[in-house]
Design a protein around this ligand. Structure first.
Ligand SMILES: [Fe+2]
Length: 156
């Protein structure tokens, strides 16, 4: 078995609590990165200006909507695994960025999260024998890769 065993419900080895803690730490850290990106995207939706305004305003709205769905799934996965969803959002963003800066900054954030999940989080949950969380994170990678493409295309 693995950390899916809630330590309050009869996990016998001391190692299990530690594994569970580290899994919850990983998922909560991802959850908070997603929340920051959600707020950043919403901020761009409000503040974007310029000739591409209509298209970007709509694109950012779709993207923060997609992120909201993912965030809810991630928080509920944490609860399903016996952890608590923790929120530590600390985003400061002035709204003066130009459209190109917004596109680049959001794209970089999506790419960084995709990379972090592919290279670190998914292998961690594969090793822990948790296909449910691997599935969630795999779908998150698909969301971030698609979002990065949608943000790259108008910047060309
Ligand atoms: Fe709106």
């Amino acid at each position: 078995m693995n950390y899916l065993c809630n330590s309050r419900e009869g996990a016998s080895g001391r190692g299990r609590g530690r594994v569970q803690q580290s899994a919850m730490k990983t998922l909560n850290s991802l959850l908070n990165s997603e929340l920051n990106l959600y707020l950043q995207t919403w901020n761009c939706h409000w503040n974007v200006e310029g000739p591409q305004f209509a298209g970007l305003h709509d694109l950012f709205e779709r993207q923060y909507g997609d992120l909201a769905g993912l965030i809810d799934e991630m928080a509920e996965r944490i609860r399903a695994l016996g952890g608590l969803a923790e929120t530590r959002v600390a985003l400061e963003q002035a709204g003066a960025a130009g459209a190109r800066e917004m596109l680049a900054s959001l794209r970089q954030a999506h790419e960084a999260l995709s990379r972090l999940m592919r290279e670190e989080a998914i292998p961690e949950f594969e090793k822990a024998g948790d296909p449910g969380t691997v599935d969630l994170l795999t779908r998150a990678v698909q969301l971030h890769d698609k979002a990065a493409w949608m943000l790259r295309a108008p910047a060309r």
